[in-house]
Design a protein around this ligand. Structure first.
Ligand code: AHR
Length: 510
């Protein structure tokens, strides 16, 4: 049996839980928008064509902020195509995903949907094929109250009040050769600075995210952040990070430890941003926006190969793209990635799981059919609901496991929060061992456990294995109560089943 001891001290905190850490992403890609969140004619659709079965699941999942409209899509997108009378909107070719975009869904529809979903909007602008002018015009259209051509156009199009979008991404993955309008760090840094300036001339209150590296293995990683931030440090508030993980060649141990790579990626970007800060004698600190992350089975194919495959099937509207079916193993990994983000919550203050529905998503929906929760739904839903108050520094002494890619890793992984107002401590735990249960001792300093409010676990249901998944509405991977969790001397003792993710909520007293 694996042994682990976790110590939490009331006075040792990382900072407040940034609620935007529980963000998601809606891209005009595959079936995320069309037949995902929007399907007029579906039995559950409301008068706007929004699927209410999907909306119910989105509310249950609990994302706080949703990035829109892309992704690679945004780098060839004209925002003007998605506003005005639907019948007059142009049909366009989307080169990023080799798809026909009908533009039946655009900015107004997304704003209406986000209100119903109860989420903040994080709007990306096109710095691939477009630039400063389109960016500042979109800010004026969205945020200026009225009395100008563009703000009055918004009102004419049905939105009397400004959309008041606070959070803006200055493009998407422009370091990637696959991106429409790919740029060098110099080119991007200059453009982002000018776009940011012009957007802030229209609305000085907006928050801006500069594009960082598409992943930490990009050849330009490090240099990209340094050069870009040297240009835009004063103009932006955040630099982005993207990362997707998958199990390769049956190496489950490395996959289960991939949050170590996320830790390293985050800490490297923090170091680079702080180096630019020191060199430029800047006062403020740049925060990190991990605005695309997830498990994604790219199956060893490069983006060009994927695109080639899509191209072979011709130009279609909302084709099925990357609808990964997630297993219990993937859910445990997602739990550890969320732990990594939360543990760095003093600097990573925005994060968006990519994507929300159908496309590498916690929610699946069939056209004219059911919607359901994937296995990865649960760690996100519980953390979004229960990670409140302050992030606690968890001191962990755990048995270790060897991995081929990341060296030794703790078998038991954890993050924790303390909600002082409600006297609650929440812990999010993963057992990375495929074979062994883990005996966990939780020691609390400065407060003591009074009562177990919730103890739930996600593991392989009887007779299934780690590849079990939820399919076509049949939700086999579900949370179940975790038995045998005991309060002992103001601390807690529990046993985590092999390969599991668990959540613990405690009433504490000072
Ligand atoms: O989320 C899928 C795609 O992954 C996004 O469009 C792109 O930004 C990233 O490469």
């Amino acid at each position: 049996m694996t042994q682990a001891r976790i110590t939490l001290a009331r006075d040792f905190t990382v900072g407040d839980v940034p609620r935007r850490l529980f963000g998601s992403f809606v891209e005009h890609m595959g079936r995320c928008v069309y037949t995902g969140i929007f399907e007029p004619g579906h039995p559950s659709a409301d008068e706007s064509g929004f699927r209410t079965d999907v909306l119910d699941l989105v509310r249950e999942l609990g994302p706080t902020v949703v990035r829109y409209p892309g992704g690679n899509f945004v780098s060839g997108y004209n925002w003007e195509d998605g506003v005005g009378p639907v019948d007059s909107r142009p049909r366009r070719l989307d080169g990023a995903w080799h798809t026909v975009e009908s533009n039946a869904f655009g900015l107004h529809e997304f704003m209406d949907w986000s209100r119903l979903a109860g989420v903040e909007v994080m709007q990306a602008i096109n710095l691939g094929t477009r630039g400063v002018d389109a960016a500042r015009e979109l800010v004026e259209y969205a945020n200026h109250p009225g009395g100008t051509y563009l703000s009055d156009l918004r009102r004419k199009n049905g939105a009397e009040d400004p959309f008041d979008i606070r959070l803006w991404c200055l493009g998407n993955e422009l370091d990637g050769p696959w991106q429409i309008g790919h740029k060098t760090p110099e080119e991007y840094g200059r453009l982002a600075k000018e776009a940011a300036k012009a957007m802030r001339y229209v609305d000085p209150t907006i928050e801006l995210v500069a594009v960082g590296s598409s992943n930490s293995t990009m050849p330009t990683f490090g240099e990209w952040e340094h050069t870009v931030l040297s240009h835009v440090y004063e103009e932006v508030d955040y630099i982005s990070l993207h990362a997707y993980y998958q199990e390769e060649n049956g190496d489950a141990a490395s996959f289960l430890a991939c949050a170590l790579d996320m830790d390293h990626f985050i800490e490297s970007v923090i170091s680079t941003a702080d180096a630019v800060r020191a060199r430029g004698r800047h006062k403020k600190r740049i925060h990190l926006s991990f605005d695309e992350w997830n498990v994604w089975y790219q199956r060893g194919l490069e983006t060009e190969d994927q695109l080639h495959r899509v191209q072979e099937s011709g130009w279609r509207e909302h084709p099925r793209l990357i609808e990964d079916e997630y297993t219990l193993t993937d859910a445990v990994v997602v739990g550890t990635l969320l732990n990594s983000l939360l543990r760095h919550g003093d600097r990573v203050t925005i994060a968006n799981q990519a994507q929300l529905v159908n496309v590498i998503a916690p929610i699946r929906a069939e056209e004219n059919g059911p919607a359901w929760r994937q296995a990865i739904f649960w760690p996100f839903a519980r953390m979004a609901a229960l990670a409140r108050g302050r992030i606690l520094q968890a001191h962990v002494t755990s048995d270790r496991m060897a991995t081929a890619q990341f060296g030794d890793a703790d078998i038991v992984d954890v993050s924790a929060t303390w909600d002082e107002e409600n006297s609650r401590v929440a812990l999010f735990l993963a057992n990375r061992s495929l074979d062994d249960a883990a005996e966990v001792e939780l020691v609390l300093n400065g407060f003591r456990a009074e009562r177990i409010v919730r103890a739930e676990v996600l593991d392989a249901p009887d007779g299934t294995d780690r590849h079990v998944s939820n399919r076509n509405g049949d939700e086999r991977v579900q949370l179940r109560p975790l038995a045998g969790v005991d309060v002992v001397n103001g601390g807690v003792k529990l046993t985590l089943p092999a390969l599991s993710w668990a959540v613990l909520e405690l009433d504490v007293a000072l």
